[in-house]
Ligand binder design. Structure first.
Ligand code: ZN
Length: 216
């Protein structure tokens, strides 16, 4: 990104409310409702029942600041995710890989207890816990999804390169991510565990190559 002296960007400061995720000076926002997450959860019956019981229930809300779309700038914001489960499975974000897959991201825990579920193009899984004052680094080329494993709102702030873009279908094309995060009653445990997603279809060599080919 080359900037002329006449277009020098103005610095800005943006207070974050750690409990609500409200971001001062946000220039955009969106919400995802339960109905928007059809097909994400293993228990379709429980999903349908939850949608019927609370139509329009908001699962998460994102607020962000996008100073410029050009390469070389940043997008930053907050995500506020309600606690909840569909059957044994915790509420999750839709998840994505960056459309330019070699763009990274950071997440910083503001409130609540969560898990960042990551998956490589080849199907390796990483599971990282996030809590207040923890930064999770999502390296280039990793699919990522947030999971609220607590019983209060999970609030995080995030930052990624402005030309990243998002491919939201990468997960759906494989029948989900390789593992699901479900409630666990194991004594002394964290209250969650990962289980195999029986619907998962590993990416073939062409699909893997297509992800790597998005780099520039
Ligand atoms: Zn991302």
């Amino acid at each position: 990104m080359s900037i002329a002296p006449s277009a020098l960007p103005e610095p800005s400061a943006h207070p974050v409310d750690p409990l609500t995720g409200t971001l001062g000076g946000a220039t955009g926002s969106y919400e995802k409702r339960l109905e928007d997450l059809a097909g994400v959860y293993a228990d379709a019956g429980a999903f349908d029942a939850a949608c019927a019981a609370q139509p329009g229930r908001i699962v998460y809300r994102v607020e962000d600041v996008r100073p410029a779309a050009a390469a070389g700038d940043l997008i930053f914001g907050t995500t506020h995710m309600e606690p909840g489960r569909i059957g044994r499975e915790f509420f999750v974000t839709r998840g994505h890989i960056h459309a330019r897959a070699n763009r990274p991201e950071t997440y910083y825990g503001e409130a609540g207890r969560g898990v960042m579920l990551l998956e490589s193009p080849e199907g390796q899984t990483r599971i990282l816990e996030i809590a207040p004052k923890v930064i999770v680094y999502v390296p280039p080329l990793w699919i990522h999804r947030s999971v609220n494993v607590g019983d209060t709102a999970l609030v995080m702030s995030f930052c990624y390169p402005s030309d990243s873009g998002q491919d939201y279908d990468v997960i759906g094309r494989s029948g989900g991510m390789a593992v699901r995060i479900v409630a666990s009653d194991d004594a002394g445990g964290p209250g969650w565990k990962s289980v195999t997603n029986e619907s998962y279809r590993p990416r073939n060599t062409d699909e893997i190559a297509a992800i790597y080919a998005t780099q520039d």
